[in-house]
Design a protein around this ligand. Structure first.
Ligand code: NAP
Length: 311
């Protein structure tokens, strides 16, 4: 069977990918967006998005993403579920293998986003779904009237800790330093909550479990070396994210943390391959910056297609 051909193929259906899709399809370029799981990306686990302009009082992450999807499909964007197994740079054409099928296009926009980072401690992986979670919105309701812990003190950790106070009897917030990197408004919400106890200067040193799952967490104070036992039966890990770029390491240039190198023009080290959103080297990771990136990537890709015609 011959390969399907597109002007642009976008990989990833989060805010960056969908915005790129909206711009590209509105420019009447034949565009396909491929998403591995469900459209919406990390925002599908966001309880309340308070800093997306135009929604005073905030909007649920999944609702916002549904609106994004409706909007980009309105302009004729084609979307499909699938896993991109390979991307080959053939110069003026790019060849992609998606779920074993061949696709050709002139430009690729990578908007694969990021996955939650793991703590990397013994027992963590085995306890996923039995006490260990990376998503409060998904799993919070399983922990009613029991003590739990949130690890980390960034914006995600703070939002998750506050959200989890709806269910849990107590929330320990374990942080490796004595200062939070969270924005002030979220920090204040954490400090104002009577259910949240900060466990400063501490890292998780051990997980206790039985056949029911997690039964407790041991934390170690990094200054005093003292160990403390927390009676938490749930552990929500929110220690940042890792870019989804491993499958591209032999194609485009990455930085030492795995982010795809590109300046604000979103052009990667390979002509015709663009990057948008959380998987790009950038100073801020927000819906608003992902949206900005998506718009830039699509317009840069359009410009590149024009350049190709004259090359
Ligand atoms: P983040 O800002 O990178 O924070 C990660 C937190 O985990 C930090 O407190 C960090 O400690 C800690 N940490 C990292 N590695 C650790 C380890 N191995 N062991 C223990 N603790 C560790 O990540 P994030 O909170 O997921 O946020 C990611 C990006 O999304 C940020 O740019 C954030 O602003 C944005 N975001 C925004 C919103 C919002 O605007 N409403 C919501 C969520 C996320 P240190 O502080 O010591 O480094």
């Amino acid at each position: 069977m011959s390969a399907q051909e597109y002007d642009i193929i976008i990989i990833g259906g989060g805010p960056a990918g969908m915005t790129a899709g909206l711009y590209a399809s509105r420019s009447e370029l034949k565009t396909l967006l491929v998403e591995k799981m469900i459209m919406g990306g990390q925002m599908m686990t966001a309880t309340l998005v308070e800093n997306w302009p135009g929604y005073p009082g905030g909007i649920d992450g999944p609702e916002l993403m549904m609106r994004f999807q409706t909007h980009c499909v309105e302009f004729g964007l084609e979307t499909r579920t699938g896993e991109v197994e390979k991307i080959e740079d053939l110069g003026k054409q790019k060849r992609l293998i998606i779920d074993g099928k061949e696709y050709l296009c002139k430009a690729v926009i990578i908007a694969t986003g990021a996955n939650p980072r793991k703590l990397g401690i013994e027992g963590e992986e085995a306890l996923v779904g039995r006490g260990v979670s990376y998503c409060a919105t998904c799993d919070g309701a399983f922990f009613r009237n029991v003590p739990i812990a949130v690890i980390g003190a960034g914006d995600t950790a703070a939002e998750e800790a506050v959200f989890l106070t709806r269910f849990a009897s107590k929330v320990y917030m374990v942080h490796r330093r004595d200062k939070m990197r969270t924005t002030k408004i979220l920090q204040n919400r954490v400090f104002e909550s009577e259910k949240i106890e900060m466990v400063w200067d501490s890292v998780v040193s051990g997980l206790d479990s039985d056949n029911t799952g997690l039964t407790g967490i041991t934390v170690k104070n990094v200054k005093s070396g003292e160990q403390r036992q927390l009676n938490a039966v749930g552990m929500f890990v929110a220690v940042g994210v890792t870019p989804i770029s491993g499958f591209l390491k032999d194609l485009v240039e990455l930085d030492k943390s795995g982010y795809i190198k590109a300046s604000e023009n979103t052009r990667t080290s390979v002509p015709g391959i663009f990057v948008a959103g959380d998987c790009r080297t950038s100073v801020l990771k927000q819906v608003s910056t992902a949206v900005g990136d998506g718009a830039v990537a699509a317009t840069q890709a359009e410009k590149y297609l024009e350049e190709l015609k004259h090359s």
